[in-house]
Design a protein around this ligand. Structure first.
Ligand code: F1X
Length: 303
């Protein structure tokens, strides 16, 4: 069973415009929606959509906290959050005909005592795999992530900002940085698949057993102790990219849970993220990568 931990969840507000943004005048949207978000929350929702057993935990508060719990219930996602003082943030994605803007709030400040409560809850669910995803709240640091990761007998997958990734000390089973996070965590500039592989290997040497690095429309690299794989992205119509990386991680964890090998797991991740970029926002009720696995091309880059 996979438990996800989102330290800084969000209500994702997605606003669609039929013009570019201009200052000095009121502009009106053509479409808008609110969904529950934050990397771990999304991973739980995608795991549920894939048919995997999951519980979403983390720190929530205020009216937006209630929204997240209720929204996840409508997707049949089990939740067990720690309630904190303050109000969970609202993050805004604005889609204009040419651009995608992402405005993320910082989130409320918390006392790091909440970590004890969180660890207690995680332990009660006895996960095989724990996914810790997203940014940290003010008042927390990378040592809190290490503490959660090492508090029990579970494999941990992290999908955290690059500056947090660079400060982690524990050993992790998985990490899933995007290009920006990989650059920030390693200091490598990534202009090619080769750069991406080099940076992913640098991370692996620091204690991340399997590194899944997503590069948007250029695809993804997976580095395991046994192999280095590259898969280009599928050629699909992109509505927005929110949650695409989370769906890739969810599908890889789901595939590994079923005993699939690394290559098949990477195929599943690439198909899931292709489905996600085709929908507005980061919510889907069903994910079924299997019928499209053969569409993904895979390069084994070295032994
Ligand atoms: O501010 P963070 O925690 O780094 O990222 C949070 C976030 O932008 O990432 C998810 C998509 O991956 C969204 O659901 C959410 O709003």
């Amino acid at each position: 069973m996979i438990v996800t931990v989102t330290l800084n969840p969000a209500v994702d507000q997605t606003i669609k415009m039929n013009t570019g943004l201009q200052s000095g005048s009121v502009q009106r949207s053509t479409e808008a929606q609110f969904t529950s978000g934050g990397n771990g929350v999304n991973v739980s929702q995608f795991l549920q959509a894939l048919g995997s057993e999951t519980v979403a935990t983390g720190l929530i508060g205020g009216f937006t906290g209630y929204f997240i719990e209720n929204d996840l219930a409508t997707y049949d996602v089990s939740t067990d959050f720690v309630w904190v003082e303050g109000v969970t943030r609202i993050n805004t994605t604005i889609l204009t005909p040419r651009n995608e803007y992402q405005l993320n709030q910082t989130g409320p400040t918390v006392d790091s005592d909440v970590i004890d409560e969180l660890i207690e809850i995680i332990s009660q669910h006895d996960p095989d795999t724990l996914n810790i995803g997203g940014s940290l709240l003010p008042g927390m640091d990378a040592a809190d992530v290490d503490r959660i990761a090492t508090a029990g007998d579970w494999d941990t997958a992290v999908e955290v900002p690059g500056e947090v990734l660079s400060e982690l000390d524990a050993d992790y089973a998985y990490c899933k940085p995007n290009r920006e996070e990989l650059e920030a965590a390693t200091g490598h500039e990534i202009d090619s698949v080769t750069d991406c592989v080099d940076a992913a290997k640098t991370l692996q040497e620091r204690g991340f057993e399997c590194v899944i690095a997503s590069m948007g429309s250029e695809g993804a690299v997976m580095v395991t102790p046994e192999e280095t794989l590259y898969a280009p992205a599928l050629d699909v119509e992109v509505v927005d990219t929110l949650g695409a990386g989370d769906s890739m991680l969810a599908a890889v964890l789901w595939a590994r849970e079923q005993g699939w090998d690394a290559e098949r797991a990477l195929r599943a991740g690439v198909v899931a993220s292709a489905q996600l970029v085709g929908v507005m926002g980061s919510s889907v009720r069903e994910l079924d990568p299997e019928p499209r696995l053969d569409e993904v091309r895979i390069w084994a880059l070295d032994g």
